[in-house]
Ligand binder design. Sequence first.
Ligand SMILES: [Fe+2]
Ligand SMILES: [Fe+2]
Length: 134
Amino acid sequence: MNPNSYSNSTDAEHHVQLGLAQTLCEAAGTGVDAALTREILDQLVAYSDVHFLSEQLLMRLCGYPDYDDHMSDHDRLMTKLEAAKQYGDGAQTITASEAETILALLAQHISTKDRRFVDFFRGWSQHTANAGSP
Ligand SMILES: [Fe+2]
Ligand SMILES: [Fe+2]
């Protein structure tokens, strides 16, 4: 696999992650279907968990210097998501404003720390590809 395709799939994963968070806001905003809201939240939590792990693997692969700081951000986001899921147990589910907070935190992470990492990874991939060519 071309290393550059990893960064393209990371971008695609961010679209999915933000799409799920946006859908969560819409579902929580209508407030009519708590089960549906919980289901979307479950999907967002599961997707984010897998995405964060795959991003961290790429960071280790390229020796990303801000690994620890970036990983702490992932941990904070997962704690927030898991807490929202706990609250969503039973008859209740998260409020629209909590869903908005989650969307904003994810969008902020993607537009800052993930942007920096994807840029670094692209440069590393380019360098690696050039080093490998005759
Ligand atoms: Fe990240
Ligand atoms: Fe990410």
